[in-house]
Design a binder for this molecule. Structure first.
Ligand code: CTP
Length: 408
């Protein structure tokens, strides 16, 4: 069985320029390392005023360079070797000065020289005062760099360190890390539209109470993240959950099963791949009271009847008119996992069923790892080892890729 991680990892050369946002760079290094990338940092002379080279060296696990002319540094790994080593160069924070240098092709220090010498794609994370960002010179530089294929992430609007409000904040490390992974991913799913549902639904009983379930949404969010990283256009229909939207994903927040059904139907037509990871409520209260139901009217021990009605089976519904789309369903089973999953797949009519054994404590609800098995319409079963959910997501998409090739 192939146990190689499906994530595509790379060498990230992080060029840190002298801006206050540099204090966020250690977090970016940590996230990139955690995602499995190799990271090396090069600093401009001013960057060292804002972030400690020692911190970056410790977190990246590699020597930090800042001088073009330091014989010791250059002897260890030359600036040209650094430029060649990189699969992606990230400039963060990218100051107005750095953007101007790159636009003009200056090479008067280590960072600018590496940026000219590299053949790797370049990602800029601008950070500066709002007036500097909107200055015609900076606008023209940004335009020119974009035309040359330089990638940009941000800047974002908000409160700036200089006291002004407006566009100029560096994007958060988590956003930058997601974009890096996306750029390194090779974008093999470009042009494919993927619809993912995630999380549980919340079915109101009255103004304050509801029926819901233990789904955290993590598995579906991981599928959306991985699909976006592979370059797909991703729509994520999400039940109530506090997870951040993965970079590059369009998110539609819903609460109830009926709202999820409407959103999925709406987005289904234009999608080629559908992954129904959501834990949709099978029943909802027939009527939700607009007011809070008061218990004071009830005698102790008295029952309260809530009539439940079945929700539409969204997965089954879309499989009825799926055409040549690839549709993946999920199953949460507590016993007889394989047999229950086979029956479920036949009942729903999807192309692949991802079955969770929810009796395990290290897999399933609200964990970062998952142990699933793939069940195919022919009845074949593939059992995967315990893996981080993002890797399970990769395996699911690898399977979908094969299924898509088969249906073409
Ligand atoms: N699903 C759906 N609409 C529903 C219920 C479930 O689309 N109303 C989807 C889920 O997103 C998942 C799959 O169907 O992909 C399996 O859901 P599950 O609740 O396990 O299946 P059930 O048919 O409810 O089977 P059972 O309750 O007997 O386990």
């Amino acid at each position: 069985m192939n146990t190689q991680p499906s994530a595509r990892l790379g060498n990230v050369l992080l060029a840190v320029a002298g801006g206050i946002a540099a204090y966020k760079i250690p977090e970016l290094v940590r996230l990139l390392r955690r995602a499995g990338h190799s990271v090396r940092c090069v600093l401009t002379e001013a960057a060292g005023e804002f972030v400690s080279p020692l911190v970056l060296q410790t977190l990246s696990g590699a020597p930090v360079r800042s001088s073009l002319f330091d014989a010791g540094e250059e002897g260890e790994i030359s600036h040209i070797e650094l430029a060649d080593w990189a699969d992606l160069v990230v400039v963060a924070p990218a100051t107005a000065d750095r953007m101007a240098k790159l636009a003009q092709g200056l090479a008067d220090d280590l960072v600018s020289t590496v940026l000219l010498a590299t053949r790797a794609p370049v990602l800029l994370a601008p950070a500066m005062n709002v007036n500097m960002w909107s200055h015609p010179a900076t606008r023209a530089n940004a335009e020119l760099l974009r035309e040359r294929g330089v990638h940009f992430e941000g800047p974002e609007a908000g409160e700036l360190a200089c006291g002004w409000e407006g566009e100029g904040r560096m994007s958060e490390p988590v956003t930058l890390a997601g974009r890096v992974t996306l750029l390194l991913g090779g974008e093999t799913w470009k042009g494919v539209r993927v619809l993912v549902s995630a999380g549980g639904t919340r079915e109101p009983i009255d103004a304050v109470r509801s029926i819901t379930n233990r789904s955290s949404g993590k598995m579906g969010f991981a599928v959306a993240e991985e699909a976006a990283r592979r370059g797909a256009e991703v729509v994520l229909v999400a039940g109530p959950c506090p997870l951040p939207t993965p970079p590059g994903v369009r998110r539609i927040d819903i609460e109830t099963a009926l709202e999820m059904a409407a959103a999925v139907e709406q987005e289904f037509e234009a999608s080629q791949v559908v992954v129904m990871a959501a834990a949709v409520a099978d029943f909802r209260p027939a009527e939700a009271s607009a007011l809070k139901i008061k218990k004071e009217d009830l005698a102790p021990g008295a029952g309260l009847q809530i009539e439940l009605v079945a929700t539409p089976d969204i997965l089954k519904g879309i499989c009825g008119h799926k055409g040549d789309r690839v549709v993946v369903g999920f199953a949460a089973e507590s016993h007889d996992v394989v047999e229950a999953a086979r029956r479920k797949l036949a009942r729903k009519g999807c192309d692949l069923l991802v079955a969770n054994d929810i009796s395990r404590t290290d897999a399933g609800f609200d964990t970062d790892t998952n142990a699933v098995m793939f069940v195919s319409p022919g009845g074949e079963v593939e059992e995967l080892p315990l893996l981080p959910k993002i890797e399970v997501a990769g395996r699911i998409l690898d399977r979908v890729e094969k299924l898509r090739k088969g249906t073409r």
